[in-house]
Design a protein around this ligand. Structure first.
Ligand code: NAP
Length: 299
């Protein structure tokens, strides 16, 4: 008797990331005809090596599609005042198309006290609460790239969400909440789970699609999902040996779910590509409407 259980299909993000980068390149080529070269400013204030590695990977990807990436490294001694000043300057600097405030920040500085300074037109990672508010009421805004990456990945693999039960594990302002709003906009019935939800499996087993963004290694196991479900792993956890894993216990989930987006190789590369596409879109918008006018139109 064959006791081998069917293995879930792997939803890789690599092909989609390539397609999104191509879209960014096309937009930048079109902007080039108007002599506009997008500039992405990344503000960094940490000595954390994995953050610097991540920022360099954005820089390399940006250059490949024709975006100038300016890394403003304020160091781990950066103060709230210095960060406020840099973000204010970048928000009104006409040559800058998009701004990312990279976390982590120095101990006493809270990202939530700073992200409101990023001009919404340049908020290409949807960090300003105005962007989240606009998403909530269905107005145009840049969604956080990771949240959009999940939706684009499901779309790319033709996973239906309209009328389906989707469980989102995590309720942060950068992933869980905006993702829930995007899924709601696509007519999914969304259940948002968090650390106080209690019996997590009760919600995730009832879902057709489960997205996990908690930052907890091994949180979602095969016993948390139903046969035929689709699982997207957003978590990124660095183990003691330096390897990167998600929130999903892949071995057990692969034996139950129909499809799984893995870590690494899933949502991450799509997220980076979307940051570039958003930067190109922001540059296009700013080229059409001068910044001061754009602020008054969109605010
Ligand atoms: P976060 O701000 O720490 O939020 C984590 C969320 O998970 C919180 O809402 C928390 O609930 C919930 N949670 C924690 N433990 C849980 C448990 N045992 N059961 C159910 N829910 C639980 O993290 P984040 O910024 O949203 O990021 C989430 C993960 O995604 C992290 O691993 C991060 O590194 C990763 N990430 C990946 C990308 C990418 O591009 N691939 C981008 C951004 C983030 P409470 O609200 O109750 O505390």
């Amino acid at each position: 008797m064959n006791t081998t259980r069917p293995q879930a299909r792997v939803l890789s993000g690599k092909g989609l990331a390539g397609l999104v980068q191509e879209q960014a390149r096309d937009r930048i080529r079109a902007l080039g005809a108007d002599s506009v070269r997008p500039v992405l400013a990344v503000v960094v204030a940490t000595s954390d090596q994995s953050t610097h590695w991540y920022v360099r990977s954005i820089e390399r990807a940006a250059e490949r599609v024709g975006i100038d990436c300016r890394i403003l490294d304020l160091g781990q001694e950066a103060t709230q005042e210095s960060l406020v000043s840099v973000l204010r300057d970048l928000s009104v600097e006409p040559s800058v198309s998009g701004i990312i405030l990279q976390t982590p920040l120095p101990g006493a500085v809270r990202a939530e006290d700073l992200v409101g300074l990023i001009a919404p037109e340049k908020d290409i990672d949807g960090a300003n609460p105005l962007s989240l508010g606009r998403l909530a009421v269905g107005q145009p805004a840049f969604a956080p790239a990771t949240a959009r990456a999940v939706v684009e990945l499901l779309d790319h693999y033709e996973v239906p969400v309209a009328g389906k039960n989707v469980a989102v594990v995590g309720r942060s302002a950068v992933v869980g909440k905006p993702l829930s709003l995007l899924l709601l906009e696509k007519d999914a019935t969304v259940t948002i789970c968090h650390s106080k939800s209690g019996d997590l499996a009760r919600y995730t087993r009832a879902a057709d699609v489960v997205v996990v963004a908690a930052g907890r290694t091994g949180l979602l196991t095969g016993s948390h999902v139903s046969p035929g479900s689709v699982v997207v792993d957003v978590g990124t956890n660095v183990l003691a040996d330096g390897s990167l894993v998600g929130d999903v216990d892949e071995a057990s989930v692969m034996g139950v779910a129909a499809a799984l987006s893995p870590v690494p190789g899933g949502v991450g590369s799509v997220t980076t590509a979307l940051l570039l596409l958003h930067t190109a879109e922001a540059a296009g918008l700013q080229a059409r409407i001068p910044l001061m006018a754009a602020s008054s139109v969109r605010n």
